[in-house]
Design a protein around this ligand. Sequence first.
Ligand SMILES: *Cc1c(COP(=O)(O)O)cnc(C)c1O
Length: 964
Amino acid sequence: MVAFADRHIGPTEAAQRTMLDALGLGGAEDGPTSPVETLMRQAVPASIYTGPEAAVAESRIPAAASETEALAELRALASRNTVRRAMIGLGYYGTITPQVIQRNVLENPSWYTAYTPYQPEISQGRLEALINFQTMVAELTGLSTANASMLDESTAVVEGMLLARRASKSSSNVFVVDADALPQTRAMLASRADALGVELVTVGLAAGEELPDELFGVFVQYPGASGRVWDPTAVFEAAHLAGGLAVAAADLLALTLLTAPGTMGADVAVGTTQRFGVPMGFGGPHAGYMAVRSGLERQLPGRLVGVSVDADGKPAYRLSLQTREQHIRREKATSNICTAQVLLAVMASMYAVYHGPDGLRSIAQGVAGKATLLRDWLVEAGAEVVHEHFFDTLTVRVPGAAAEHAARAREEHGILLRVADADTIGVAVDETTTFTDLHRVALVFGGPTERAFAFVAGVSVALPEALRRADEYLTHPVFHAHRSETAMMRYLKSLSDRDYALDRGMIPLGSCTMKLNAATEMAAITWPEFAGIHPFAPADDVQGYLELIDQLESWLAEITGYDAVSLQPNAGSQGELAGLLAIRGYHHANGDAHRTVCLIPSSAHGTNAASAVLAGMKVVVVASDALGNVDLDDLRAKIAQHADELAALMITYPSTHGVYEEQVVEITTAVHEAGGQVYVDGANLNALLGYARFGDLGGDVSHLNLHKTFAIPHGGGGPGIGPVAAKAHLAPYLPSHPLAQRAEHFGGYTFDGAVISAAPYGSAGILPISWAYVRMMGADGLRRATAAAVLSANYIAERLGSHFPVLYTGENGRVAHECILDLRPLKEATGITVDDVAKRLIDYGFHAPTMSFPVAGTLMVEPTESEDLDEIERFIEAMIMIKAEADAVAAGRWPADDNPLVHAPHTAVSLIAGEWTHAYTREEAAYPVRSLVAAKYWPPVRRIDQAYGDRNLVCACPPVEAFA
Ligand SMILES: *Cc1c(COP(=O)(O)O)cnc(C)c1O
């Protein structure tokens, strides 16, 4: 049987030989040094290179399993998780994922293998889904503008706090926190506020306790963690009077029945959209949300989809202003969020599209009605239900008996209740709760064993009259047009048809590692034993998950040369923050609180600088030299200048220039000698895995991107997982969580650092993907993948180098896993811009490489190991043809303002509408190469006007007439 590694790695042995020939390595001998090993020895500096024996034989990673074996092992792990009826609440609820959405979105590569919609002309489908999401959130929260997802609810609350601090006119550093906020949110606020010098004051807001005189913001949980529903209008007013902003975390399902926070005066609403059809997955991934009142939209963190126009003046979606803001604003960015939760936001929006406002309202009424019925049954049984007004969650007082009640519910009835404290039980009802469940809960509290289930649906009496929602929402036709499954299926198909994802062709995005997301890797994530688990389920119920987590932690530690790993961060940016906070914790523990300077090379990814600021550090930029490496002289000067305050250096390896820096060990040594710590950004691990380890280069801590190197799909812009890995001395400061099932991690380490995600193991629900990837590749397969990725990048550099200069190479003239093509000389000679080339690639059936990062006017190409030689050749051919087209413009064959490049991309309509008056032919526009005749991707819109969209910010569904 074919090994999985040979399915994963695109180029066959023969193809690799062809590529090696082109690199002049065809003659290299087989045996101890195979030709590809010769290439790797040329590319990877000798000082860090690890030979195959050391890399594989001594590895802790087991030999590769077949796809069938890996699935069987995952089944065995899954069987050690116990799915019970979770009635714990606290932001996570059972939900019914409509099968039409599960099959056509979550399990459909057209959705899950797409990239972040930076090339909007080929991303109109998911951009429409996201604008539906924004519209849904904005209308349900009663605010003007929502962004296209946050990482989870608790991080959204922290972002709300940061937004309040930016936008408030108050000079106070006090942020007021509702005593009835979710425990995980309170814990995260505490760790994050500490790093930023914010003073948190907890106030019993629902009980009417007074606000302090000075504050920059107030945070209210609505309904509260206890389930209580109350009117926060007066609190919002008081916050405004003090010059602060009001932030509310609101449950979207409750908002279908309750007055919206915006209506009551909140400036910012945040929360999660998990219960809109996204499985709990032991904590994630789910889309958090944020919405703001008018006037604050330019303060929104993360991504915001807006409407602009294309070259024909037709409406077209695109990411607005904030899109690449960490890349542009760096340490002045509003947030470090890069990868968000797009796939999950798409699912939640489709849940609203499928159910519509009436369907959502009816689901909410069912939930509220059942919660009320349960209240009646519990009261009848003699229990004390604490709050009169609630939506779905009851707080029940059982003096001294909470643990006992919860144990009985779990063991006798398979139901998980929340033990809030020794005297208090929480019970949360959701869409999946049955009458039998309610009856069983009542039994635990002493209710009768026999019961007739009579239930009258209607408006719950437990919702306060004054807070019942009166206004309309989700009135746009999109929330009314897709009620039948046929209509829904076709809507989803029509959207994904507009998009370019990995199921059409390669997405050679430098720094993003768009490799294969294999079907076997994806299989387990929808199994109920992984998908149906509440993040705060008891440890005994999640033994399979804990085992999988432990194994993955051990494998990642092995791969990186570190001692301890936390899987909690929900994205690379969050891993950066966790790592920098670990460095901060370490310095503080050593009495070095004054060490606050973080050195960051000018070429670094924008999230690095933004994360450093969020960790309370001061960013000092280190220059790059002409070869794209860290300028050692400048580094030494900056170290000398900030010696006493030096906290850390953040360095990406191999560099964002796609080169293995020879001097990396010198660099890390210099930082250590000055008392600093070294953060190695591990996003480029695909160039190193099996050949060198961050820990061995002098790194103290790194994050990895499981959604790059470890095969988790990008989902159109998320989910991601950004594990943070560190040496033993930093382990105590890695992410902790107040509700974690287990204090210990692989290696016996206990973490006590900042809370980084709402759930103890972050987006645990998709960990089986990376687990399966490592398990099926084995140490040898992983190493082969690295070599294949580096070989393909070098082959592209070799073939295209004579057409577009390759900007940076290492000492032996080799690049790492990506190469930067310099298009500035082309622009100089022909007037054709990098944008023109990127858009023209669409006509050739390609997604453009990374544009203008890390160097303006360039394209950074990363083929990954998964693209076979045919696809690579197709790309090379397209690039060479485009170069020839640009030369034809320079030669005067086509006018500068009328050629296939400046008018790219070409829609079908633009080719057939009216008389063809261009200087080039229709064939040259649409079918520049023969192979396109058989398989042509047609973009749905022409080139989009970016500036227009930023000037006229529209971030909700445009009226249908706009498309007429
Ligand atoms: C992708 C990337 C990041 C950020 O990761 P996210 O998951 O998008 O937050 C950081 N650094 C580098 C070099 C990257 O390529």
